[in-house]
Design a protein around this ligand. Structure first.
Ligand code: ZN
Length: 279
């Protein structure tokens, strides 16, 4: 919120920022437009969508037009134009409209790749404006990622899967106290202490029957059994509790149906290195 006081008189102007984007953040549509078609402005608040993150990916748009307008908003695969999701809205002149997408279509998490928001605004006479041209792969685009790298700050890789005697995870060394964030949201299956694992927790992944385990945390995990955790949420700090030498995260991926539920630990290093690149 910004305040502007005019000296010498009592006028007070309060500008409340809208929840979505402000009109000033938006760019004019670059797609085809009929003569006399609506003016359309759009913006997307992030180039990345981490599945199940608490931070929403939002597409905002504004239509300026003297006549009533129907807006069709969609999520598409840019290039192919394939539509995954659609919203139809009646919009009022100059209002900022916002929609968000969580990466799901029905109950199915969509593939990791680039997507884009599109809007076409059509007035009562059929005059239309498209936010982007059909071959535009950049405008209002974003990448969907299913996971996010869990260690914040500088880090390096140590022992991988199978190192030593039956090492079941990947070690990522970082300073003790660095933030550990959930690589993917879900529900805490177990949070506690074990002589080898130290402070540790296991999360049942949202939208999958796999589990992720995080070990040697500095302190007791920040979450408890049964807690709902979102992707990127702080779950603890890098430590060296239990059978650990040097501050590091020991990270395990368990195949479905999960940790001590019939699954088995699988090699997590390639995944971690991939998440590390884009996170
Ligand atoms: Zn380890």
């Amino acid at each position: 919120m910004r305040l502007a006081l005019t000296a010498g008189c009592a006028s007070l102007v309060v500008l409340a920022l809208p929840v979505g984007a402000s009109a000033a953040d938006m760019a004019r549509a670059t797609g085809p437009s009929d003569t006399g078609g609506p003016r359309v402005y759009t913006t997307t608040n992030s180039p990345k969508l981490f599945f199940d993150s608490s931070r929403k990916l939002q597409f905002s748009y504004r239509v300026v037009h003297p006549r009533p307008v129907t807006a069709k908003v969609s999520v598409v695969k840019p290039g192919s134009g394939e539509v995954l999701k659609r919203w139809t809205e009646t919009v009022r002149n100059d209002d900022v409209q916002t929609v968000s997408w969580n990466g799901m279509v029905g109950d199915k998490l969509q593939a990791e790749r680039k997507y884009a928001f599109r809007v076409v605004a059509r007035d009562v006479n059929g005059a239309s404006t498209y936010s982007a041209s059909a071959n535009d792969t950049e405008r209002d685009s974003f990448k969907l990622w299913h996971q996010r790298f869990p260690v914040r700050g500088k880090h390096q890789y140590g022992d991988g899967f199978g190192a030593g005697r039956g090492h079941q995870g990947t070690d990522v060394f970082a300073n003790c106290g660095n933030r550990l964030e959930a690589a993917r949201g879900g529900r805490v299956q177990y949070a506690g202490y074990h002589g080898d694992a130290g402070n540790y927790l296991v999360i049942d992944l949202k939208g999958s029957r796999k589990d992720f385990a995080y070990m040697h945390l500095l302190q007791r995990p920040r979450v408890q059994d049964g807690d709902r955790v979102r992707t990127g949420q702080l779950i603890g700090k890098v430590g060296e509790t239990g059978n650990a030498s040097g501050c590091h995260l020991h990270f395990e991926i368990w195949s479905r149906p999960g940790w001590y539920e019939g699954g088995s630990a699988t090699d997590s290093e390639d995944d971690l290195r991939r998440w590390d690149k884009y996170s």
